[in-house]
Design a binder for this molecule. Structure first.
Ligand code: SAH
Length: 344
């Protein structure tokens, strides 16, 4: 394993401390920082940085490269799915997507996951480890380098539970937002959680401008609990109370993700209960027809059923959309590329 410091793990202020410790003037840190977020991974390319400093940096640090194991390219809509290998051999997935409003990337926050959602491929083999801030960031930079395109939006909805890796997530958000770095606006970033209540409260304090998405998926504790073990610790009542407090505090709309599973949470009664739970809340519901994971025992719903479910919500004044299907001709389902690779 590479023991060198990954410079993409550092805030500008931390890079300044490092550069000062090398006996170099502090202003050099900003130059190096700017190169890193222009996508440069080789110190030799840092034209305005003196050779002596470049050599010192190369000695003790590296600029977090990810090894691309596989790229799946959709022919229909430009979606690209990446399987990356980290320095220690762990694998993670990211998805590059093209939207009308620009390019977006879905990044992983952990290698594996320990939340245990029954329908999700990413949690099958448990948690390997947390990703560092630089490893989360490098997914974006690697996709920019591969596509040759700028990415302006980030969703933290890949493998892992971002709120189970909060310190590194927070460092990542501060680095991508930095004006001398990628300068991606907080409002262009969405973080999705399975509902770790104390961390939602912290997030509201720390990052009120970052969009929050909550994986709801069930309208009673029995249904949600059968899909998501986290519901035992943070049941619906407390979760929704926290969500209401979040919207009141931040004035920001919450997106509720609701994965539709045939015969489990897709009846008219479920739609009615969902409306009652969310009534009066500043929110939006994102309906996701289940991406079927082999052997999960869960089955997906038709696009028609998803549309009917959406209409029930809309009629009762709850804004809802059915997630657009991207990359249907590739292994689009969450975590499936990684899982398949392990089984090969
Ligand atoms: N851990 C975070 C983010 C990762 S998953 C969370 O739970 O929110 C991103 C979203 O995809 C979550 O709503 C998750 O429940 C959902 N998801 C996971 N596996 C899925 C599958 N097979 N089909 C549809 N949605 C899935």
């Amino acid at each position: 394993m590479n023991e060198k410091i990954n410079l993409r793990d550092l805030q500008l202020s931390e890079l300044e401390v490092l550069i000062k410790s090398l006996g170099q003037p502090v202003f050099r840190a900003k130059q190096v920082f700017q190169w890193i977020y222009k996508g440069v991974t080789d110190f030799a390319q840092m034209a305005n940085v003196p050779k002596a400093l470049r050599e010192q940096l190369a000695e003790l640090s590296q600029i977090g490269r990810l090894n691309i194991l596989e790229i799946q390219k959709s022919k229909s809509d430009g979606t690209r799915k990446y399987l990356f290998e980290l320095a220690d051999g762990c694998t993670i997935e990211s998805v590059f997507m093209k939207y009308k409003y620009g390019n977006s990337i879905c990044v992983s926050s952990q290698a594996g996951c320990r939340m245990g959602c029954r329908f999700c491929a990413s949690t099958r083999n448990g948690l390997m480890r947390h990703l560092s801030p630089g490893e989360i960031l490098s997914q974006l930079l690697a996709a920019e380098a591969d596509t040759g395109e700028k990415i302006g939006h980030i969703v933290v909805m890949g493998t892992g539970e971002p709120f189970d890796n909060y310190e590194n997530l927070a460092a990542f958000l501060r680095i991508v937002n930095h004006k001398d770095g990628l300068h991606i606006g907080m409002r262009n970033i969405t973080v999705s959680t399975c509902g770790l209540v104390p961390v939602i409260e912290r997030f509201a304090e720390d990052f009120p401008q970052v969009n929050l998405a909550i994986s709801l998926h069930g309208t009673t504790d029995a249904i949600r609990g059968a899909m998501m073990p986290v519901n035992q610790k943070y049941p619906l009542g407390i979760l929704l109370k926290t969500c209401r407090a979040y919207t009141e505090k931040t004035g920001r709309r919450i997106t509720f993700e609701y994965t539709l599973v045939n015969g489990v949470n897709d009846t008219d009664g479920d739609a009615d209960r969902l409306c009652t739970l969310l009534r009066g809340m500043l929110c939006h519901v994102n309906l996701i027809p289940l991406n079927k994971v082999e052997e999960s025992g869960f089955d997906t719903v038709s696009r028609e059923r998803a549309a009917e479910f959406q209409q029930i919500l809309e009629k009762r004044g709850i804004p809802a959309t059915v997630r657009r299907e991207l990359g249907t001709d590739i292994d689009a389902a969450c975590g499936q590329l990684r899982l398949r690779k392990r089984q090969e």
